[in-house]
Design a protein around this ligand. Structure first.
Ligand code: ATP
Ligand code: MG
Length: 592
């Protein structure tokens, strides 16, 4: 604007013309400040009734009444009223406050649309810095060029027009964090959107932060149980792991994440659910579900619905992660769900195209891999020196017609430590959760599975793989030998056993009991329709007959040979009583 390299001019604006002596004083101030001769001219500006505004290059010294009021306002925002009364605090603040002698950098809007503004005159603005536009709307610097920059806008205001003022804040985007975020629904800037009043902010954390280094970490060794048999038995997830949940639309992806959050009740795990690009009504339903089941107490929902600006959708997962890090660095265990990263990539693509970055594969910009890798790398299990906290990340990705080789799915598959692949066909055939056992994998969680689960689950994955193979081979043959028939029936039974209704995660000992009984082939002769009934009956029976055993498994996380024997023999006993159990239920039903 006013400067080119080395050459600096200044303009003084006020309503009344200053005297030559005053002009001299300003010149002396400028020459001293910038260590060179700065030509100064005066311009009349009738809007500046009280005071003046001095601009040298992009530095602005705002000593108008309006400018001072705004500075005082910023100063007041730094005050943190605690228990004490706000009035004396403000009185004291007023006494101590002095107008800033430091310059502010002010730029002007060159072009603007609803998502992007280009700004001229801010020479020193940095990548990721927050700028404040007219009407208080904030934006984040994205592309820096010689002479101007592009900024994504977090809101919309009619006051932002070509020529309107833009202020630097010298701060990069930060998320408000604090203990009282638990139980709340906030937007991507940390502002509450649940109508329950302000959230107490303890501090701010930058939304983009470097991931912990290798020496700051320790191996994943503690389970993060989902409570879903189909996952915990075969694809166990550990604290600090990144496990992708992937599948077509309406295959129960969100349901898996939701059940995992519900299953953390009473386990001292903080949960963060980041909703990106979803309908506001689905987010509201999610929150309602969580609070009805008592899970909001330990959960924060970060909401960037489809109606929010692309910029807010773009920063939402990073903001959620910043909140997660706040808890992790206190030594807590955190579970964070990004639902979903396909929509996140789409929001970023929209922004990038508006920023005129060159599109690459599937029109995504070249750095879309980095977009997700720098986010997911922040999941970690910290070393004991750093408090031993962890962030477990469950990113969700939506595929089109099961195509995992599309750009975003392949990227995220390669960044994560495994994936739970959910399949439409299974889902519609009633196999829910619709986990595809062949395509799902967990690369690190095995070390985190408890000894009891390992012992109980045994070779269940192998059995199911064999069953699927045999199923294909025997499809067209009519006479099968008995051994094959038995093996097929066993596989069918196991598959059926892995069905689980929503909102009913199994506890650790329940999973161990079910799997031990199943692998001992106790349920071999039960019809498929009755397997779920048998399962719930068996759990009730054992919990009643051997509550010590259940407690022992939960506490020690071990399954001794004796305990295993006990489970099997109790299961056999229940098998004998099962017809009676069925009859009782039926008469109950008729009676009720
Ligand atoms: P979208 O692609 O729309 O985000 P999604 O893959 O997240 O969908 P969900 O919303 O979790 O799928 O589930 C779709 C529907 O299936 C919901 O109505 C949900 O209640 C139901 N559902 C999910 N899991 C189960 C389950 N285990 N048992 C019964 N119903 C289920
Ligand atoms: Mg969903």
């Amino acid at each position: 604007m006013l400067t080119d390299r080395g050459h600096l001019t200044a303009t003084l604006r006020s309503a009344q013309e200053p005297s030559p002596a005053q002009m001299e004083r300003f010149s002396a101030f400028l020459n001293q400040k910038y260590q060179r001769e700065v030509p100064l001219k005066w311009e009349r500006d009738d809007s500046l009734k009280n005071g003046f505004r001095l601009q040298a290059g992009s530095d602005v010294y705002d000593w108008t009444r309006h400018g001072r009021l705004r500075q005082f306002q910023d100063y007041l925002r730094l005050l943190r009223p605690g228990q004490e009364d706000i009035v004396p605090l403000m009185r004291e603040a007023l006494d101590q406050w002095e107008p800033q002698a430091a310059p502010e950098e002010i730029g002007e809007v060159l072009t603007v649309d609803s998502e992007i503004a280009t700004v001229g005159g801010l020479e020193h603005a940095q990548y990721g810095e927050i700028l404040v536009f007219a009407g208080g709307v904030k934006g984040m610097v994205q592309d820096l060029r010689q002479g101007d920059l592009s900024c994504v806008l977090f809101g919309d205001s009619e006051e932002i027009t070509a020529g309107s003022m833009v202020r630097r804040t010298l701060k990069t985007a930060a998320m408000r964090v604090g203990e009282s975020f638990l139980g709340r629904v906030v937007d991507a800037l940390g502002e509450p959107v649940d109508g329950k009043g302000p959230v107490e902010v303890e501090t701010h954390r930058p939304i983009e932060a470097p991931a912990p280094g290798i020496l700051d970490r320790q191996p994943v060794n503690t389970p993060m149980e989902t409570g879903l048999l189909a996952i915990d038995s075969m694809f166990p997830i550990g604290r600090g792991q990144r496990e992708l949940i992937i599948g077509d639309r309406q295959t129960g992806k969100t349901a898996v994440a939701l059940d995992t959050i519900l299953n953390q009740k009473g386990k001292n795990v903080v949960c963060i659910y980041v909703a990106i690009g979803q309908k506001t009504s689905s987010i509201a339903q999610m929150v309602e579900n969580l609070s009805r089941r008592g899970a909001m107490d330990y959960t924060t929902v970060v909401s960037a619905p489809a109606g929010a600006s692309a910029a807010l959708q773009y920063i939402a997962p990073y903001a959620g992660c910043a909140l997660a890090e706040y808890f992790m660095y206190q030594g807590r265990d955190v579970l964070i769900v990004y639902d979903d990263l396909s929509k996140h990539a789409i929001a970023y693509r929209a922004l990038s195209l508006l920023l005129e970055r060159s599109p690459g594969r599937e029109a995504y910009p070249g750095d879309v891999f980095y977009l997700h890798s720098r986010l997911l790398e922040r999941a970690a299990h910290l070393s004991d020196e750093l408090g031993g906290g962890s962030i477990t990340a469950l990113p969700i990705v939506e595929t089109q017609a099961g195509d995992v080789s599309a750009y975003i799915p392949t990227n995220i598959i390669s960044i994560t430590d495994g994936q739970i692949f959910l399949e439409s066909d299974l889902f519609f055939s009633g196999q829910r959760p619709a986990v595809n056992v062949g395509l799902s994998v967990s690369r690190v969680g095995g070390d985190a599975q408890t000894k009891a689960m390992k012992a109980a689950a045994g070779a269940i994955r192998l059995e199911l793989a064999q069953y699927r193979e045999m199923e294909v081979f025997t499809q067209f043959s009519s006479d099968l030998d008995d051994a094959t028939k038995r093996q097929l029936a066993f596989g069918q039974g196991l598959t059926r056993l892995l069905r689980q209704p929503q909102y009913s995660p199994f506890s650790h000992h329940q999973q161990v009991i079910i799997l031990t009984a199943a692998m001992a082939r106790v349920m071999q002769n039960i019809s498929l329709e009755q397997i779920e009934l048998f399962r719930s009956g068996l759990l009730g029976y054992i919990e009643e007959q051997a509550s010590d055993l259940c407690r022992r498994i939960d506490q020690s996380c071990q399954l001794s040979p004796d305990d295993r024997e006990e489970i099997v023999s109790l299961s056999r006993k229940f098998l004998d009583e099962f017809p009676k159990f069925l009859a009782a239920r039926q008469s109950e039903k008729r009676g009720g």
